[in-house]
Design a protein around this ligand. Structure first.
Ligand SMILES: [Zn+2]
Length: 249
């Protein structure tokens, strides 16, 4: 498990993208989780954010997510507001079991959810998962709310969706055997801070690009593409041009 201090850009391996982002000022720490789906998420594929509580300390989450073959999330937020990066946003993390191969677990179905394709939970396929250190039903810290709001604003900006209440949801709202982050979670405070963060960062109007996906994405190419802020159609153009170049050689 790679660990270390670093900026948002370093944690995401997307040089140059963080400066204009609402979450550019967050303190980041990397603790890579092996539990991720090789995938090809480009803007439009990620449509929502799922908020969890660890039901323990951040150290326990780092230990759990570091063990191969188990669960993961993209980010954790510790009680002091430090953000732990477990899985790159372009990869699928394994944070929700509902809307996968056990339909009995399904609770409320968001209208933006794609159909289950037999690989992994369709929630995991199209969301970013964030784990708050602590327990459902107990209060989270002001530093956690502030970091979470910045992170939600940054994720929504990077992936091209509006971080409204139907897009930023609790694990408990999706899955019958989960209640996190619990009834004490202050959604009003979160959304007020998310909106303020978007305004402060001067994020322009967000037009969600059409859901689209490359057949087999190359990680390095996708990271460059994300850094350039290109959409799926742009990516395809680049791939076609690269293919033509290769054919000429
Ligand atoms: Zn959860």
């Amino acid at each position: 498990m790679a660990t270390g201090e670093g900026s948002v850009a370093e944690a995401m391996d997307v040089a140059g993208v963080a400066a204009a982002m609402p979450d550019a000022g967050l303190r980041f720490r990397a603790a890579a989780s092996p539990n991720r789906g090789g995938t090809c998420r480009v803007p439009g594929d990620v449509r929502g954010i799922v908020i969890h509580s660890v039901e323990g300390t951040m150290a326990s989450a780092i230990s759990t997510f570091g063990k191969s073959g188990g669960s993961s999330a993209h980010y954790g937020i510790d009680v002091d507001g430090t953000v732990v990066a477990f899985v790159p946003e372009g990869d699928v993390a394994f944070h929700v079991a509902a809307f996968g191969n056990r339909p009995a677990l399904n609770r409320g179905q968001p209208d933006w959810l794609p159909a289950y394709d037999g690989r992994w939970s369709s929630v995991n396929a199209c969301t970013v998962g964030i784990e708050l250190a602590g327990h459902a039903g107990r209060p989270f810290t002001a530093a956690q709310y502030a970091a979470l709001a910045s992170l939600c604003a940054g994720i929504a900006t990077r992936w091209g969706f509006v971080p409204s209440r139907d897009r930023v949801v609790s694990h408990g709202s999706l899955q019958v055997d989960r209640s996190d982050p619990g009834d004490a979670f202050d959604w009003d405070a979160l959304f007020a801070m998310v909106a303020a963060g978007m305004r402060e960062a001067g994020v322009p109007g967000i037009d969600a690009p059409a859901a689209d996906c490359l057949p087999d994405g190359d990680r390095e190419v996708l990271e460059v593409v994300h850094a350039l802020g290109a959409d799926a159609a742009g990516v395809r153009g680049w791939v076609e041009r690269l293919g033509a170049y290769e054919a000429q050689r």
